[in-house]
Design a binder for this molecule. Structure first.
Ligand code: SF4
Ligand code: SF4
Length: 430
């Protein structure tokens, strides 16, 4: 069984897991906000149902662990329920705790990836390059049946869902970048922009350099979100400590990341250090978290510096990353920036804040449910005839790119950073 946290930081302060679950009055107000409940109509796949399952586990009254795991594993961890809930019940943390308590051994592949990210990120990068070379050569698609037969269907699905395979990662592309004496910000490179979408990381630094002043590449370790969500809490803590120590060597300038999932996780580091013996680390984690900013927040704050209507001409809409809008409350800021640069071409779509079904590895594991959510999302994009869809998280970029290729190739998805950097370039006539 994986280790669990046992205590959570909630809107009512630090509470035991049982007290957190008990905050749920089972009113059902959150049900219609939950994409998996709306898609299935199954109470066990609703926030209220999932809270109840964890409550039964804690009261040692659970009689069907397999059904419970199915209900908890199909949660997108989108957090839409907590946004809708008047009591702000922390359903995502409760679900993750339930998974940790039910899960046996973590899959060896996930464990190996977590260990590699924690101890040998350079080797991780080399292995990825080999994978991307295989993908470019077409060999990886030929190998998918073999991967599935070997029980590695997650790897086969990852290969199927991603179209990009850049050989040069963000570390390679920024190693000549100079570090200013007093950087205006530190760029935190999440694994998505670092390895899969280096163009996003470059765009973020280009936009932030102009909006905030020249910044520095932090060369950070992985944030630990994968380890956290898959129950490898000791790896998650190890990576959190490494990140905190690494950031403490710099000044007090903001640390800006451009994957909303990773940024949301960095902001919750204090929750990893609630044991009395971790009091020192908790204080350091709190100081670290206060420095963390989502690039989307910065663009909103600097929207008046963007050239008005410079990207006018192509209908442009915005898809909210769940981890930006729910735990971080980032709703208006990206729109301020997008509306400023797109001018009259910005159009709001229906269900912009509904999950696209990407949700980390969800799309690779729960294909049918993910596809239902994706089709609905692409339908909403097509309904406003958008040519460009903006977003702020890696798994949304992967999922929307796949959905648009498949169902609506008239549109393409861009990270908000690419859009903002492009608008600033146009301002300079580049
Ligand atoms: S999570 Fe909140 S909104 Fe949902 S049933 Fe419980 S108390 Fe009601
Ligand atoms: S996190 Fe999302 S999928 Fe999970 S229970 Fe809440 S609304 Fe439903």
């Amino acid at each position: 069984m994986s280790e669990a946290l046992g205590r959570l930081i909630t809107d009512l302060g630090e509470r035991s897991l049982y007290d957190s679950v008990s905050q749920c009055s089972r009113c059902g107000y959150c049900e219609q906000a939950c994409p998996t409940y709306v898609a299935t109509g199954d109470e066990s796949k609703s926030p209220r149902g999932r809270n109840q399952i964890v409550r039964l586990m804690l009261e040692k009254k659970l009689d069907d662990p397999q059904a419970a795991m199915e209900a908890l594993s199909t949660c997108l961890t989108c957090g839409a329920c907590t946004t809708a809930c008047y009591a702000k019940v922390p359903v995502v943390d409760i679900v993750l705790e339930g998974r940790r308590m039910l899960r046996g051994e973590t899959h060896w592949l996930v464990r190996a990836a977590c260990r590699l990210l924690a101890t040998s990120p350079r080797l991780f990068a080399v292995l990825l390059k080999i994978g991307f070379l295989l993908k470019k050569s077409g060999l990886s698609s030929l190998g998918r049946p073999a991967l599935r037969a070997a029980g590695l269907s997650v790897l086969a699905s990852m290969d199927e869902h991603t179209a990009e395979s850049p050989f040069w990662n963000l570390d390679d592309l920024t190693h000549k970048r100079e570090t200013p004496e007093s950087p205006a910000y530190r760029y935190f490179a999440p694994c998505g922009p670092r390895y899969l979408f280096p163009r996003v990381g470059l765009a973020t630094m280009s936009a932030l350099d102009e909006l905030l002043g020249k910044g520095a590449y932090l060369d950070n370790p992985c944030c630990g979100l994968l380890a956290h969500n898959y129950g490898e809490l000791s790896d998650a803590r190890e990576l959190a400590r490494k990140n905190i120590e690494h950031a403490e060597k710099s000044g007090a300038e903001p640390i800006v990341g451009d994957c909303s999932s990773c940024v949301a996780h960095l902001k919750t580091y204090p929750q990893l250090f609630l044991k009395p013996e971790d009091a020192d680390w908790r204080a350091r984690a709190e100081a670290f978290s206060k420095r963390i900013k989502d690039a989307a927040e910065i663009y909103g704050a600097c929207a008046d510096r963007l050239p008005p209507g410079v990207a006018e001409g192509v209908e442009t809409t915005y898809h909210d990353s769940c981890r930006a809008i729910n735990p971080q409350g980032i709703r208006n800021q990206p729109r301020l920036a997008a509306k400023k640069a797109a001018g009259g071409s910005f159009c709001e779509m229906a269900g912009a804040d509904a999950c696209c079904g990407g949700a980390g590895a969800f799309a690779f594991v729960h294909g049918d449910l993910s596809e239902d959510l994706l089709k609905k999302k692409v339908g909403n994009i097509a309904a406003v005839q958008a040519g460009v869809v903006l977003t702020s998280a890696t798994s949304c970029l992967i999922q929307l790119a796949r959905g648009l290729r498949k169902y609506y190739p008239d549109a393409r998805v861009l990270h908000l950073s690419e859009f903002v950097a492009g608008a600033l370039e146009k301002k300079h006539g580049a």
